[in-house]
Every structure is written in structure tokens, then in C-alpha cells.
Design a protein around this ligand. Structure first.
Ligand SMILES: [Zn+2]
Length: 130
């Protein structure tokens, strides 16, 4: 037995989940007055344009990142029942951020499908969106 037990580190999947929760809550608050990006209904959830499973680098990010705008307030109907309602999602992105930005986001997603988040990156997200 060790005499001075080290502080146990939070497992990475738990940090990932926490970062996602904090970021999503921020997006819901950020977008509440704009309505669902796809249909304009009341914002109930944070919905991804490029899915977090296939584009883990776009699942969350600080305000200076492209990922920050890959997630927007959505209603449950669009996010859950219409699988993101992505055609209207894109139209919403264009009207909110402009066509050039949406193309930049799409090119980034194609070139950077997966990202392994490090502990310090996740902690930075969690601390930022506290
Ligand atoms: Zn909607």
C-alpha cells in the first residue's frame, strides 16, 4: 500500500461527457433568442451539424474555433425526430453565419473527421464553460 495516495484522475470518457454537457448548456443559452437553427421553434437542445460521432473534432470548442458554430440550438423535433433536419440546418447556418463560413466548416469536417481529445483540452473546455 502506498503511503501517499495520488489524487485519482477523472477518467477521460467522464471528462468528455462533462465537457459536452457544459458546452451544450452554453449553446442553448447562446441561441435561445434565435430559435431552432432548422425551423425557428423554441430552442430545447444543442444539435450538431456534423455529428459528434463521425466528427469528434467538431463536437465542442472554444468560441474562436469552427467547432463552436457546428453546434446550434435546436428543437427536439428537428434534432431527434428529424435526425438533425440537416437540409434546413444548413440553410439556417448560411443565413446566420454566411455561405463562406459554412463551406469552411464543411471542408474542415471532411479533412478532419476524428480527433482524440486530451485531458488538458477537455479541462480547458470544462473550465471555460463553467
Ligand atoms: Zn426545429
Amino acid at each position: 500500500m502506498k503511503n501517499s495516495p495520488k489524487k485519482k484522475l477523472t477518467p477521460l470518457p467522464k471528462l468528455l461527457k462533462k465537457a459536452q454537457e457544459k458546452f451544450n448548456a452554453h449553446v442553448r443559452e447562446r441561441d435561445k433568442d434565435f430559435g431552432c437553427i432548422s425551423c425557428g421553434a423554441e430552442v430545447q437542445q444543442a444539435g450538431h451539424y456534423h455529428s459528434q460521432g463521425q466528427h469528434s473534432g467538431l463536437r465542442f470548442g472554444l468560441p474562436d474555433s469552427l467547432a463552436y458554430y457546428n453546434t446550434n440550438g435546436q428543437c427536439i423535433r428537428c434534432n431527434m425526430f428529424l435526425s438533425g433536419n440537416l437540409i434546413r440546418y444548413r440553410l439556417g447556418l448560411v443565413s446566420r453565419y454566411g455561405e463562406d463560413f459554412v463551406k469552411e466548416l464543411e471542408e474542415y469536417a471532411l479533412e478532419n473527421p476524428l480527433k482524440k481529445w486530451t485531458r488538458s483540452e477537455l479541462e480547458e473546455i470544462i473550465n471555460y464553460y463553467k
